[in-house]
Design a binder for this molecule. Structure first.
Ligand SMILES: NC(=O)C1=CN([C@@H]2O[C@H](COP(=O)(O)OP(=O)(O)OC[C@H]3O[C@@H](n4cnc5c(N)ncnc54)[C@H](O)[C@@H]3O)[C@@H](O)[C@H]2O)C=CC1
Ligand SMILES: O=C(CO)COP(=O)(O)O
Length: 302
């Protein structure tokens, strides 16, 4: 919706009936019901039509991306593929740009990530994001920026994708704290210690500290841990309050917590909060036992 200010945009979806509905109503009632699709957004169920453009934005749940890339690899060769997903693939332990590089080695992989709710962007509210690509991406930065969507470029896609993936795990923990009535002070402590463990793992994997401190890391951590618009935060809140949560909602932090626990163990990195989120999401531990376990860790230097 925002990119349509810069020129024609093609929106591809798999479900032909849903596409027909969007073409006639000019809205996506399932995902963004309040937003009218601009005239120069054309909606199609034909992947051929959607892959004509040189730049493609991939916005799908993280665990679906590997299958999509493999299925369409031939069409995607030579394209610039901009991942908009946040997470770590459970099967391979890879982030979005690493998945793209493995499945489509002839494509240019980039990631667009940072504090941004889709509904805010669609409403034209001011938003700032990180666009990260191993190569120079100044032209792409200009192409994807709009008067209300301000992109900062980075050459550290690993750091950007790890920040975006890991903040969801900490947001679930923050939601648990609020849902269980443990208070705002506990949430602030968890966000800070969460940021410490996000940075610990990311740096060990080769990311840059300044990327973690930027929009894709710290920025998105703040948004997701403090806003009820966040599905990860709301999922945590329900977990903390012992309430059910709609299982069809995309909550990226659940699979990411699982993937991160494995990754952290393999690399010998301590990630107590992420490990606790993985256990809580799978109901292997109660909220009070999780809180107790975190509070009774050995005292140490900050
Ligand atoms: N909604 C938001 O505000 C933001 C979402 N993201 C990220 O974007 C990614 C997608 O999230 P949402 O769009 O919000 O989720 P969603 O659940 O609202 O929508 C996902 C869409 O992907 C489609 N899809 C599922 N599997 C697919 C496949 N194999 N091929 C093509 N399409 C497929 C679904 O049909 C659905 O339309 C996530 O990684 C999320 O973290 C990032 C920033 C903001
Ligand atoms: O990534 C997001 C905001 O930057 C969206 O957060 P949720 O997936 O938790 O809704």
């Amino acid at each position: 919706v925002t990119l349509a200010q810069n020129g024609p945009v093609t929106l591809w979806a798999r479900d032909a009936a849903h596409v027909a509905e969007m073409q006639s109503s000019r809205r996506n009632d399932r995902r963004l019901p309040m937003t009218v699709l601009p005239e120069n957004v054309s909606v199609t169920a034909e992947i051929e039509a959607a892959t004509q453009a040189p730049v493609l934005l991939l916005a799908m749940p993280m665990q679906q991306m590997g299958g999509f890339l493999t299925a369409h690899a031939a069409r995607l060769a030579g394209k610039t593929l901009v991942a908009c997903s946040k997470g770590i693939d459970l099967t391979t332990g890879r982030g979005p740009t690493e998945l793209i590089a493995a499945a489509c080695p002839d494509a240019r992989a980039a990631i667009l990530t940072g504090p941004s709710f889709a509904a805010d962007i669609a409403r034209g509210l001011p938003t700032a994001l990180t666009l990260a690509c191993a190569e120079d991406c100044e032209a792409l930065q200009t192409q994807l920026s709009t008067p209300t969507l301000r992109l900062y470029r980075s050459t550290d896609p690993l750091g950007a994708e790890l920040g975006g993936a890991l903040k969801n795990v900490i947001a679930i923990a923050a939601g648990v704290v609020i849902g269980a009535g443990l208070g705002d002070s506990a949430r602030a402590a968890l966000m800070t210690r969460g940021f410490a463990e996000m940075s610990r793992l990311a740096l060990r994997l080769g990311a840059r500290a300044e990327t973690l401190a930027g929009l894709s890391g710290f920025g998105d951590l703040v948004l997701t841990c403090t806003s009820a618009q966040s599905r990860n935060f709301r999922f945590g809140q329900a977990l903390g309050a012992g309430e059910d949560f709609d299982p069809t909602t995309t909550v990226e932090g659940v699979a990411t917590a699982k993937a991160v626990s494995v990754l952290a163990q393999r690399r010998g990195v301590e990630m107590p909060i992420a490990t606790m989120v993985a256990a809580l999401s799978e109901h292997r531990i109660t909220v009070s036992d999780a809180a107790q376990a975190l509070l009774s860790r050995p005292l140490k230097e900050e």
